[in-house]
Write a protein that binds this ligand. Structure first.
Ligand code: AHM
Ligand code: MG
Length: 332
């Protein structure tokens, strides 16, 4: 990192992105522009989120998305906002979204980047005023610029991400992202309409005393998870589960802890989606010194086979993830 002297707590996101452009000596600034586009859409979604109760735009929309889950109105709105920001910017050729069955080919063959996004995760929490999030991954396309997009541009393992981030719409709204040179967090100042650097170079604690899992599903967990959770209890860990992945992940990243969504009877390959949920958080985790695994493999090494593929996810403080994996291994 050459630009360490040039920014400090309080630097605006725009300025930070500009300063950080020197991390990519041969880049033309398109990735920087793409990050700005995402930040702008995040501000708009933040506004809609804050108004959700008032404007009566929360609540079921009566449609189902590709996973057959109930789609809330605000998910639809967030999807539209991010789609618009990503397609207008000109840097992106294709988008994978939780809210779209198929790849959205923007017919912009000069776009260098592919984006995978969950525009509004934790949507069951919208109606009850609990934190929700946006999760995004950015890839460089594999096929030459100017040619039509291909499968290989889309189905890249997480290790190929050039940037990833999340927005947490919580008690404050935050944008946390990485371009592979550490993780930085920005807090939104509503009255100024700006994100300011508040969490420079986030380092996750190597261990911790928080575990986050949907314990109601204990009877359906894959082997090894119960014995690990029992150990957490032996050690008097705190149980904390919001049911919004971004919020649970963010807390554990800062405080030290582990989030687990294992394979269950209902979801034999886990619930969370590899392309637009697990990969981005795995990249951020590793950049902050934490870890992400599916129980056997590093999340970032998984080569996707389908767009909406699910994966078990163990993510958080490195020592805790190692220990959970150990229990899974022993259970075999
Ligand atoms: P969604 O993409 O339909 O919002 O589902 C993802 C969410 C995560 O945010 C959260 O961690 C998880 O589902 C909670 O699942 P469960 O209610 O089964 O515990
Ligand atoms: Mg989701």
């Amino acid at each position: 990192d050459q630009s360490g002297m040039a920014y400090s707590v309080g630097t605006t996101l725009d300025r930070f992105i500009k300063l950080k452009q020197s991390d990519f000596p041969f880049a033309s600034g398109e990735l920087s522009q793409l990050l700005r586009d995402i930040a702008l859409a995040a501000k708009i979604v933040n506004r809609e989120t804050n108004r959700a109760g008032l404007a009566n735009i929360g609540g079921a929309f009566g449609q189902t998305n590709v996973q057959g889950e109930e789609q809330q109105k605000l998910d639809v709105i967030a999807n539209i906002r991010f789609m618009r920001a990503l397609s207008k910017g000109g840097e992106v050729c294709a988008i994978v979204s939780e809210e779209e069955d198929a790849v959205v080919d923007l017919q912009n063959n000069s776009g260098k980047y592919v984006v995978a996004i969950d525009p509004l995760d934790g949507s069951s929490n919208i109606d009850v005023n609990i934190s929700i999030g946006t999760i995004f991954s950015i890839y460089r396309r594999k096929t030459p610029i100017g040619s039509p997009i291909q499968q290989e541009d889309i189905m890249q393992p997480g290790s190929e991400q050039v940037a990833a981030g999340y927005v947490l719409y919580g008690s404050s709204t935050m944008l946390v992202y990485t371009t592979g040179f550490g993780v930085n967090g920005f807090t939104y100042e509503t009255s100024l309409g700006e994100f300011f650097l508040s969490h420079p170079q986030i380092q996750a604690p190597t261990s911790g005393t928080i575990y986050s899992i949907n314990e109601g599903l204990e009877k359906d967990w894959q082997d090894g998870i119960k014995s690990y959770v029992d150990q957490c209890k032996e050690n008097r860990f705190a149980a904390r589960y919001i049911g919004s992945l971004v919020a649970d992940f963010h807390r554990n990243l800062l405080k030290g802890g582990i989030y687990l969504y294992p394979a269950t009877k209902k979801n034999p390959t886990g619930k969370l989606r590899l392309l637009y949920e697990a990969n981005a958080l795995a990249f951020i985790a590793e950049q902050a010194g934490a870890k992400a695994s599916d129980g056997k493999r590093r999340i970032l090494d998984i080569v996707p086979e389908s767009l909406h593929q699910r994966t078990p996810l163990l993510i958080g403080s490195a020592e805790l993830v190692d220990e959970a994996m150990h229990h899974i291994q022993l259970a075999k």
